[in-house]
Every structure is written in C-alpha cells, then in structure tokens.
Design a protein around this ligand. Structure first.
Ligand code: ADP
Length: 267
C-alpha cells in the first residue's frame, strides 16, 4: 500500500512540474507562433527567408503539440464533459480503432450493458486510441486485443489504495493483449511522461501519460497488470452517473442535470 501511495505522490509531483513548465512554454510558444505568422506575411517573395520562417513555425507547432500532451498529463486541460453513453463512444470509435491495427491482430470488442458517464468524448477517444496503439505495438507478430466493459463496484479499500476518490459504482473497461508484456521495472514507469522503450522516432513516451491524465481528470482510475512474454491488461474505471446523482443532493460539479454541458478544470 505504501509503495502505491508513494507512486501516486510521485506522479502528482511529476504532474505539477510538467504542468508548470508546459504552461510557461505554452505562453512562449504562443509568442513565437504569433510573431512567426506576422513575419511570414512580411517575407513574401524571398524563398530562402520563407523557408526559414516555415521551419521555425513547423518546429514551434511541434513543440506546442508536446506541451499540450504535458498539459493533458498534468490535468491542466479544460475538458468538456457531458452525459454520454460509453457504448456509443466505443461504437463510434470502433472503425477508427480497427484501422489502427493490422490484419494479423484480431480486435474484439465485448461491451456489457450500456451506461452513462460524465465524459469528454474526444478525450475518451484519445484514451482508446493510445491504448490500442500500444497494444498493437506490443504484438509485432500479430495477436489478439480484447476490449470489454462491465459494471464494477469499487469499495473503500480500493479507492484508498489509489489515494483519492470515493467508493461507488463504476464501469470497468479492460484492454487485454497477448503481446510482449513488460517486467516490473518497466511497468512502474509507463505513466511517466517521456518514458518509452520504443526506438527513437517511434515513441514519444507521452501516450500513457496522456491516458493517465485524462482518466484522472474524469475522476477514474487506471491499473495495469502484465506478464513478460504473455501480455498486458490495462483496466480503466470510470464513475457511473447513478440515480442518486441529483444536483439538489450534492454541490459536486460531476452531478449535473441530464443533458447539461459544463467545463471542468481540475485543480
Ligand atoms: P510510447 O508508446 O511512445 O512508448 P507510452 O507512454 O504510450 O509511450 O508507453 C510507454 C511504454 O509503456 C512503451 O514504450 C512500452 O514499453 C510500454 N507499454 C505500453 N503499453 C504496452 C503494452 N500494451 N504492452 C507492452 N508494453 C506496453
């Protein structure tokens, strides 16, 4: 338990640091891109100068993408949550997901009873995509990835172990692959931004950091279990909207009347 809490605190500290740096960098990049755009308009005609300015802008945009990932990890992103059907999100993403995996990987989607969650569907799609991409990369010789959903009740002990949140009804979404798996040393670090075991150019190490940030911003949990040579299972828990979630009973920003849309900015 202590090790898990230590891990949560470490991630929190890394998130604070990354978020702070990313926030400052975002402001700097806004200036670079803004003045770069002005310059671009002024250099019309001079091909060499145009090339230089375009290169500056291209690099600045890449840096902006990176800082945005860090903001997602540190949960400084503004997310737009509304009441959505999880099965609908999965059904809509399925086509895109199947295009991510080659033919020698079988993608199975087994959804349980439909449920409502408060979520930003674009962010949820990002979670699905990142986890499917990683599973694909872990099965270079093909295999099977199963995504499934089922209701789950998380008790006090579980949420205490995670270090935050309240017990209650959740939906459990699992991603099970039979890929290369990972050992303990790797498993402990996968959610850290920039941690990657992939060749340079292939991985940024931001995929799971983003997933971690998004899940946490949705007040959910993520767990991983893995066996080297056998495969990996990622499990995500997202809080369900239950019948007792009426605004009159709770000032909590999660409990919204049906159909309302809101902005949630964590911390
Ligand atoms: P990236 O994919 O750019 O390396 P991620 O943050 O998405 O960054 O993943 C970090 C690392 O976690 C990967 O480099 C890999 O070592 C490990 N990993 C993630 N998902 C899986 C998986 N399904 N099976 C095995 N290893 C995985």
């Amino acid at each position: 338990l202590e090790a898990q809490l230590g891990h949560a605190q470490k991630m929190e500290a890394v998130g604070q640091l990354a978020g702070g740096v990313a926030h400052d960098f975002n402001n700097i990049l806004t200036a670079i891109i803004g003045y770069g755009n002005l310059l671009q308009m002024k250099v019309g005609g001079d091909e060499t100068l145009e090339k230089y300015v375009n290169q500056i802008l291209y690099s600045a945009e890449r840096a902006a993408t990176l800082t945005n990932s860090l903001l997602a990890f540190s949960r400084k992103h503004i997310i737009h949550v509304r009441e959505v059907s999880l099965n609908e999100i999965i059904a809509r993403a399925e086509k895109l997901l199947s295009r991510l995996v080659p033919e020698d990987i079988e993608l199975r989607v087994l959804v349980g009873p439909d449920c409502s969650i408060l979520a930003d569907s674009t962010q949820m799609e990002q979670v699905l995509m990142n986890l499917v991409t990683n599973a694909r990369d872990s099965m270079p010789d093909g295999g099977r990835l199963t995504i499934s959903t089922e209701p789950a009740f998380l008790d006090r002990e579980f949420v205490h172990r995670q270090g935050y949140g309240e017990p209650g009804s959740f939906v459990k979404v699992t991603f099970s692959d039979n890929g290369v798996g990972m050992d303990e040393g790797i498993r402990e670090r996968i959610f850290e931004p920039f941690f990657t075991t992939k060749e340079t150019g292939k991985g940024t190490g931001l995929g799971l950091a983003i997933v971690y940030g998004i899940v946490k911003q949705h007040e959910g949990y993520i767990d991983v279990s893995s066996q080297p040579g056998r495969g990996t299972t990622f499990t995500i828990y997202l809080p369900l909207i239950t019948a007792t979630d009426q605004p009159a009973h709770s000032p909590d920003s999660r409990t919204l009347p049906r159909g309302t849309e809101t902005l949630l900015l964590a911390e």
